[in-house]
Design a protein around this ligand. Sequence first.
Ligand SMILES: Cc1ncc(COP(=O)(O)O)c(C=O)c1O
Length: 426
Amino acid sequence: MKKLGNKAREIISRDNKVASPSLTRPYELVVDHAEGSTIYDVDGNSYIDFAASVAVMNIGYDCKKVKRAVCTQMEKMVHCGFSDFYAEMPVKLCEKMCEMTGYEKVFLSNSGAEAVEAAMKLAFWHTKKNSMIAFYRAFHGRTLGALSLTSSKIKHKEHFPSLHVLHSDYAYCYRCPLNLEYPECGISCAKEIERTIFKRELSPKDTAAIVVEPIQGEGGFIVPPPEFHKEIRRICDENDVLLIADEIQSGGFRTGKFMAMENFGVRADIVCMSKSIGGGIPLGATLSSSEIMSWHPGVHANTFGGNLLAAAGGLATLEFMESSRLGEKAVEKGRYLMKRLNELKDKYPIIGDVRGMGLMIGVELVEENKAPATEKRELIVKKALDGGLIMLPAGDSVIRFVPPLIIKKSEIDRGLEIFENALKTA
Ligand SMILES: Cc1ncc(COP(=O)(O)O)c(C=O)c1O
């Protein structure tokens, strides 16, 4: 049983004085260092990491190749102002991303929200239209443009002005918003965009893009049925609207493929990536075709996009992901984790649903009447931490299972043991 140590207590009290209180900490973990899939806190306690620092550390915490690449670049030159000058390292990163995705142009930035802002501006610029459609429970970031698309929690949006974005139902089959059953529903949720929004609220002539997460992350790890994204793609094609895929959490081989949309056989017009592609170094990327990404100099640029350290770290991360076949590992370990979680579901009625792809798995916790077990979820996450397992919540009552893709089977087993003990307590 881990207890909050003196060092952690002291740092938290200093943090409370100076760090913005807007940050959302689900529990009191003060990290010190990490190895593989294990994090150590400042008081010497160790934790198995089922959160990968919010789906960022897909490569694990001590990837020698990435560390070496960043250190070598650090010795040479840290930053160059890629918006104003040329440099080979960011070019190599863009080339690698194009090779891995088939897109032709890349805009580099520093975070997920920035990748989304660039995608939004690009879609508005290219189509000369002024509105967008996103989905309920979507999370696309907290800057004002991205926040307009976000619809996961109302407290994220209160008091902030919004761009013109309408929201539609996502295919959340466990709690179908239309009270229908898959597959008889005929993916009615997607069809609502044409049936209602385009007819009554927003003309496709004013709709620059539909923005979608391949699997909803923060909203509750919601995996739509196979036809959902194909239907959204068809609606975009038939109405001359762009499709933007937000791969910020689902990309980077987390679901087995480099881009989660590949699992659905759908290609978006613009793709946003971040989180895992930097291997822990801040990096965002917005990708598209040469035809769409043809905006003029100055229309969009930034100071740190193409930063040399981030580019070196990103390139080494992508190369490592490919050479160590992280996609295959995600599928194989995800299958095992899913099987074990389904066994727990049979044993504990609080587990209402287990869903996911690769190592992007969510467990939805419910009361007897299927109401979201939000308080019990908080308790379980805290108990797991006390037992030495880091997990993070998502949605109303979901716990996400997004460990580093290099995690060992023995670590999954140990983590599940701790999770089961926490379940028993709840
Ligand atoms: C799907 C998705 N889009 C965008 C973001 C925002 O990324 P950032 O926090 O780096 O701005 C997140 C963050 O969790 C995300 O999951």
